[in-house]
Design a protein around this ligand. Structure first.
Ligand code: KG4
Ligand code: ZN
Length: 346
């Protein structure tokens, strides 16, 4: 089976070819145009996808050393995401699939992140064989899911305000860092002291909220954002500049410790033996180290995608299509698929 995956839900234009379950190419063109604005500008994202989609798909096909006619299936993100951005990739995929008379598989972007730890580009990464807890942390979503062996999943917790990636990006913006600030905070944190300042960790064992809030698996990061803003306003710009790495490390510590605490608590409550982390924030080195340590201490197997598969990419889109097709779970007889902007929590 040879699958072309297409991903255009936000600011990465990406196409990948999967052959017999293995990634043969994975082209990602990240749109730099948004840096000037400190965040993704939806209309510009759609226009950039439109400008790039043909060459990105052609490059993925050429690099995989195949012809378009060798494709068995086209898979594309149908949402959630910026609606105009999703439409560019999905409409392109619809047109390509129809003209080649090949099946089209619509893919949910969040599901693709959830299963991104199982992308096979080398032997050893196999499809999920047992129930696991997935922490999916991106720029737009933060959720904990209980995933069953048959790929069915339920959302057991989610952010009630900002996503974890948003918390990185917005606090970083307050510190004057470039967009996206997540990787910059990650880099600065390596030189900083995570105990420099104690930023709030909402809805955890350390927060003062009521027990019912602390014991569920929801997240909240808006208070952290406010706290960082007050902290910056309270201090001299020279002090902030001088302690930038320490402040970055303290922000990263606050975000990642909440993510790890809730994930381990969920794994215990649902008696699973495995945990996976996915989405752009799973590229964070502090989160990876902390989660590795916590999983080892609790006897949990941890599955983390390679960094290139943490942020948005089309290999994960093709992989979900492959996992579903091999289990008879994908609908393939319909070109008339509507894009969707938001994720309906189950
Ligand atoms: O999954 P993704 O590529 O796009 C969405 O679906 O949103 O995630 C992008 C998010 C951004 O907020 C970005 O700052 C964050 O992932 N991110 C990171 C790191 N790399 C990307 N956050 C913290 N540390 C990183 N190393
Ligand atoms: Zn994403």
């Amino acid at each position: 089976m040879t699958i072309l995956g297409i991903e255009t839900s936000c600011d990465e234009t990406s196409a990948a070819v999967l052959q017999k379950g293995r990634v043969r190419s994975n082209i990602i063109s990240s749109q730099l145009i948004h840096r000037t604005y400190g965040g993704v500008v939806p209309e510009l994202a759609s226009r950039e996808h439109e400008r790039l989609i043909v060459s990105v798909v052609d490059t993925a096909i050429n690099q995989a050393n195949i012809q378009k006619n060798d494709l068995d299936v086209i898979a594309a993100t149908a949402g959630p995401g910026l609606i105009g951005a999703v439409m560019v990739g999905l409409c392109f995929a619809q047109g390509l699939a129809w003209s080649l008379a090949k099946p089209l598989v619509p893919v949910n972007h969040i599901e693709a992140h959830i299963f991104s730890g199982f992308i096979q580009d080398h032997p050893g990464h196999e499809a999920p064989g047992e129930r696991f807890i997935s922490l999916c942390v991106s720029g737009g979503h933060t959720m904990l899911c209980l995933v069953q062996e048959d790929l069915a999943y339920s959302v057991i917790g989610r952010t009630i305000d900002d996503a974890a990636g948003e918390a990185f990006d917005k606090t970083g913006k307050m510190l004057g860092l470039d967009y996206p600030a997540g990787p910059v905070i990650d880099r600065l944190s390596r030189e900083g002291d995570p105990a420099f300042h104690d930023f709030p960790r909402a809805l955890t064992s350390q927060s003062r909220t009521s027990k019912s809030y602390r014991d569920n698996f929801d997240f909240s990061f808006s208070g952290l954002k406010t706290s960082v803003l007050h902290y910056i306003n309270r201090h001299d710009p020279a002090f902030i500049e001088q302690h930038l790495s320490d402040i970055a490390a303290s922000i990263q510590e606050a975000i990642t410790s909440v993510l790890v605490e809730k994930t381990i608590a969920a794994a215990k409550k649902y008696s699973v033996r495995a945990v996976s982390i996915a989405g752009g924030v799973s590229a964070n080195s502090g989160l990876r180290q902390k989660m590795e340590k916590a999983c080892a201490q609790n006897g949990l197997h941890l599955c983390i995608p390679k960094a290139v598969y943490s942020t948005d990419n089309a290999a994960m889109i093709a992989t979900v299509a492959d996992l579903k097709l091999s289990r008879g779970l994908a609908e393939t007889n319909n070109y008339d698929i509507a894009p969707f902007a938001s994720f309906a929590y189950k």
